[in-house]
Design a protein around this ligand. Structure first.
Ligand code: 5GP
Ligand code: MN
Length: 346
């Protein structure tokens, strides 16, 4: 059972004042800034990057922004975000940036195709909130107690004297609301609500943002969700009796209903509502045939540690990894990492 229970893992990261000062100096002095967020960007990664990107462009900097996916496309869910005219394909990204800033990236491999560019950057400011952050880059704005990376972007903007307008607020709010699960997770402190209040005061339509993020899907989604729910399995003995619910979505499921891969992101939120287990997992087969594994826990099991051991990463309660094995083999590996099964008599 040792190693199963949270909280565990690396020590907390806090931002040193010297790093804030150095980051402000580097950004102020830069004429050109290259921004990057993690591959397969989520609301916090893309929102944080585009929010700061728009502010820096308004301050007169030349800004490029990207993420290092081979099939470079903004997920449908996030196409409402302003500032996407800053985006360039990885092939058009500066090869040796003077100043590069990464958002929501805990490990170099999450930079994907842009990892070599980061390696050649003269300065690399890392803005992140993952406990699993490895400390790469020349300046670390990494705070594992921050509810989202966008919290750190708001502070950086304040230190730079940059105003948050309506478009920037839309981006930063998207990071905040997605990473706190609509202000439901334990990371939702009074300071989180205070930041939300500042952003909403710029005139945000929080109802429209919520609808874009969570309340719309093509009809085909219902059919694919039904297939996933139909094969959901509850394993009460997994993780020393804390329990596991899991399912998977194949390429064939999606092809049968013409559903793009990125429309399946919400399935984990249905699976994880199951009362009995602590842990929930959804394996999604992508267009290349690899399995993208989303894991969640209610807090007793540290899924971030298990996913890190399988080559991925994340937080105690939300993490992921990529697998090239079958769903059954993948789950056997994952199960062994979250602890031995409880004996049937328990
Ligand atoms: P999701 O299940 O929503 O794709 O991911 C949940 C969280 O797990 C993300 O916020 C991210 O921190 C982390 N995560 C997901 N997939 C990976 C991965 O392949 N590698 C790493 N390092 N983290 C991941
Ligand atoms: Mn984040």
């Amino acid at each position: 059972m040792s190693g199963v229970r949270a909280p565990q893992g690396p020590p907390a990261h806090v931002v040193r004042e010297a790093d804030w000062l150095r980051a402000v100096e580097l950004v102020r002095d830069a004429g050109e800034v290259a921004l990057v967020c993690h591959v397969a960007p989520d609301g916090d990664a893309l929102g944080s990057m585009l929010g700061l990107g728009m502010a820096l462009r308004r301050a007169g900097k030349r800004v490029t922004a990207s993420f290092g996916d081979r099939s470079f496309a903004v997920p449908r869910l996030l196409r409402f975000l302003p500032g996407q005219d800053l985006l360039v394909e990885p092939a058009a990204y500066p090869e040796e940036p003077e100043l590069m800033i990464s958002f929501d990236v805990p490990t170099v491999d999450r930079l994907g195709l842009l990892a070599p560019n980061a390696g050649k950057a003269r300065e690399l400011i890392v803005v992140d909130h993952h406990p699993s952050n490895t400390g790469f880059g020349t300046v670390q704005l990494v705070d594992s107690s921050a509810a989202s990376t966008s919290v750190l972007v708001e502070e950086l903007m304040a230190r730079l004297g940059l105003d948050v307008d309506h478009d920037i607020a839309t981006c930063l709010y998207t990071g905040l609301v997605t990473d706190t699960g609509s202000f439901r997770h334990s990371s939702t402190t009074p300071a989180v609500h205070e930041m939300a209040a500042r952003l909403v005061a710029t005139g945000l339509r929080t109802d429209e943002i919520a609808r874009e993020l969570w309340d719309r899907s093509p009809f085909a989604y219902l059919k694919v969700l039904a297939a996933a729910l139909d094969r959901a399995t509850l394993d009460r003995h997994a993780a020393g009796g804390l329990g596991l619910v899991w399912t998977f979505v194949t390429r064939a499921d999606r092809a049968a209903h013409c559903l793009p891969y990125d429309e399946c992101e919400g399935i984990i939120d249905v699976i994880r509502r199951t009362d009995e287990p602590d842990v929930a997992v959804v394996l999604k087969e992508d267009d290349e045939g690899a399995w993208q594994v989303s894991t969640r826990s209610k807090g007793q099991v540290d899924v971030g540690r298990a996913c890190t051991a399988l080559g991925g990463g994340g937080h105690v309660r939300a993490a992921g990894f990529t697998s090239h094995d079958s769903p059954e083999e993948t789950m056997a590996s994952f199960r062994s990492l979250i602890g031995p099964p409880a004996s049937p008599s328990t």
